[in-house]
Design a protein around this ligand. Structure first.
Ligand SMILES: [Zn+2]
Length: 235
């Protein structure tokens, strides 16, 4: 279920879930959209109280996001812009040579993008490149950890999610955002291991986190990295 509601002056969407969720939680998306998730039978007054308690935090987060967005204007896909690949800052060189193949080549931390000078087309080619790299890279990392941990997943899917880096379904299908490969290898591995440990534990219990800790001793640092480097994932 998904419907827009207004509490105080805060506009948000409410999702009621029958599965897994036991507490009310709140998320702020990339575009300042607020989502509240609650167990299916939570009274409206309780949700209202939860939002009110969080109001100061929500306002602070929205202000921080607005400031961050102001300092990182939308990509124009022109020469000189920075795009990240496995944690490395790579400089874009956009040009158009109609006699050569169109698309992206990464060489020496430079993206060479051959494409007509059109923002949408440039974005399309870069996205296609990232998706392809993400599929190859993440498949290799999942294979590596499958062997190391003796875990078998039901398949890998690459998504266009902007905020959710990965997920593991009931049937152990793993999904990863293609943007994930903009992060450094150790941060990518944390997400891979996190999702793969859900093959064993379908929750975020202390047992789950201990399993993650055994493989990624500094997983807390990696989690924090994602929170502090949102601007790396612009595309
Ligand atoms: Zn998880």
């Amino acid at each position: 279920m998904f419907y827009p509601i207004k509490a105080m002056d805060i506009q948000y969407s409410l999702t009621r879930s029958r599965k897994r969720k036991k507490t009310v939680s709140l998320q702020i998306g990339h575009h300042s959209e607020i989502t509240v998730q609650a167990p299916v039978h939570t009274p409206a007054a309780e949700i209202q109280r939860f939002i009110e308690e969080k109001q100061a935090w929500i306002e602070k987060s929205l202000r921080r996001q607005a400031a961050l967005q102001a300092s990182h204007p939308k990509k124009a896909y022109t020469t000189g812009e920075i795009f990240y690949y496995l944690g490395e800052a790579c400089l874009l060189e956009a040009f158009f040579d109609p006699l050569e193949n169109q698309g992206v080549v990464l060489h020496n931390k430079r993206f060479f993008l051959n494409c007509p000078p059109n923002r949408q087309m440039r974005k399309y080619y870069l996205t296609a490149w990232y998706r392809k790299q993400a599929r190859a890279y993440l498949t290799r990392r999942v294979d590596f950890y499958s062997r190391l941990l003796g875990l078998t997943c039901g398949g890998i899917r690459i998504t266009a999610a902007e905020k959710r880096w990965g997920s593991c379904s009931e049937k152990n299908h793993l999904s990863f955002a293609f943007r994930l490969i903009m992060a450094p290898p150790q941060a990518v591995d944390y997400v891979v291991v996190h999702e793969m440990m859900h093959i064993r534990e379908k929750n975020h219990s202390s047992k789950f986190w201990n399993l993650v800790l055994e493989v990624i001793p500094d997983y807390k640092t990696q989690r924090l990295w994602f929170r502090e480097h949102q601007q790396h994932f612009d595309l």
